[in-house]
Design a binder for this molecule. Structure first.
Ligand SMILES: Cc1cc2nc3c(=O)[nH]c(=O)nc-3n(C[C@H](O)[C@H](O)[C@H](O)COP(=O)(O)OP(=O)(O)OC[C@H]3O[C@@H](n4cnc5c(N)ncnc54)[C@H](O)[C@@H]3O)c2cc1C
Length: 387
């Protein structure tokens, strides 16, 4: 085994670094949970796509660079190290796109992917319903066939960035007499159709990062279905695998937070060292971020040899979400009473960065399937324990 980069990979790294240095926005963008910030992030995605960097692993013909997973990890390392903006279209580019490439028709790929690469369409995910979160097979939102269309009625909730997004991919009950994971279809629809009402939900930091979506006789052409009618569950499980597995949270994100945490600790060392458990937590954070990186390189190697990610994507999801919590909780402990300052306070410094991250880290064990559910999956499918 050679744990070093090839010349071509090092050249790829230099190319990304140079491109980012000359293209990064001069001023930090506003949060993408505000309308101004959302559009600023859309413009940034468009800029990224001019260099083929918005979707590096996609084929060139569709707007990507045809990069393999190791190149993607290198891209992510450079991207996070440069403190580049968060990715507003990640639901589309990292979750829906791989699903479309596997299950979409050629016409669907041509229709959706090039626009997605340029973020002309920003995508939201519509799976959860008020009575169907962890128990997603309880989905009740109906899509009934009528004259070449599906007529959709019901409600979705917790849909990230659906307030301003252009399109939604969701799971709907197309066979109204079906039970559980049978009779569900995977449908793509524009969020400006007549009969759709979108209500923003305020999140912990006061911004509207989420929405609930109401469907009242919404007509969607049948050709917007991905895969066969009634086969939506299996397709959604493939998307969930991409979400928990590799693409949603690359290790570089956590390496960058770990570096920032070490730097924070060094700045506050005098007070932080009064409690040795803080130092231990900083060291553990850094080591775990490195371990997650190495484990991801291993997974990328397995995939390159034709392997697939199975239930082990659940162990990944638990690992990164708990690591994110540990890092932000440790930062709050280092900041002590300063951690409670409002971002606009004169003495706030980088408190806002850590506060915001701390609040978002609370959601990590919930989204992409709660950690309790992931533990069930590990127990049943990896360890063979009884249900
Ligand atoms: C930041 C964020 C972004 C999100 N984005 C989206 C999105 O874009 N699109 C979307 O569709 N959804 C989204 N969600 C919703 C998310 O998928 C759900 O919140 C999640 O699946 C849990 O469902 P629930 O909230 O209904 O909780 P519930 O399913 O009601 O669970 C409540 C508690 O019970 C536990 N529990 C439930 N069943 C079991 C069981 N069988 N065994 C053990 N424990 C169990 C859970 O772990 C949890 O602690 C998002 C959520 C968050 C926090």
């Amino acid at each position: 085994m050679r744990l070093e980069y090839t010349d071509a990979q090092q050249q790829f790294r230099r190319e990304i670094r140079a491109w980012l240095q000359s293209h990064l926005p001069k001023q930090p963008l506003r949060s993408f949970d505000t309308i101004e910030g959302f559009e600023q992030h859309r413009a940034w995605e468009r800029e990224l796509s001019t260099g083929g960097w918005s979707a590096v692993t996609w084929p060139e013909a569709l707007g990507g660079r045809g990069a393999d997973l190791i190149d993607w990890l290198i891209f992510e390392e450079e991207y996070w190290a440069a403190n580049a903006p968060l990715r507003v279209n990640q639901n589309g580019i990292f979750l829906l796109a791989p699903t479309l490439m596997e299950y979409g028709t050629e016409a669907q790929k041509k229709r959706f992917l090039p626009r997605m690469a340029k973020s002309e369409d920003i995508w939201a995910q519509g799976w959860s319903e008020p009575g169907a979160g962890s128990d997603m097979a309880a989905i009740r939102c109906r899509a009934v066939r009528d004259d070449g269309h599906y007529v959709i009625n019901g409600q979705k909730t917790w849909s990230t960035r659906a307030v301003w997004a252009d399109w939604l991919f969701g799971l709907f009950r197309s066979d109204v007499d079906s039970q559980r994971h049978h009779g569900l279809s995977f449908i793509l629809l524009p969020l400006n159709l007549p009969g759709i009402t979108i209500r923003p939900i305020r999140q912990l930091n006061g911004m509207t990062g989420f929405a609930e979506i109401f469907f009242d006789d919404v007509r969607v052409p049948v050709e917007n279905r991905l895969g066969d009618e009634g086969a939506g569950w299996n397709i959604a499980m493939a998307t969930a695998g991409f979400e928990r597995g590799l693409m949603l949270r690359s290790p570089a994100r956590f390496q960058q937070t770990a570096r920032a945490l070490v730097e924070l600790y060094q700045r506050h060392r005098k007070s932080a060292d009064s409690d040795p458990s803080i130092r231990d937590a900083v060291i553990k954070s850094w080591m775990d971020a490195e371990a997650y990186t190495l484990a991801t390189y291993r997974t990328a190697g397995l995939l390159a040899k034709g392997g697939r990610i199975g239930a082990e994507s659940s162990t990944n999801k638990i690992f990164w979400s708990e690591l994110d919590l540990l890092m932000h909780e440790t930062a709050m402990r280092i900041l002590g009473s300063h951690a409670e300052l409002m971002p606009e306070a004169p003495d706030a410094g980088d408190t806002a960065y850590w506060q915001d991250g701390f609040m978002f880290a609370q959601a990590g064990p919930i989204y992409a399937g709660t950690n309790e559910i992931q533990r069930n999956i590990i127990a049943e499918r990896m360890l063979g324990l009884p249900r």
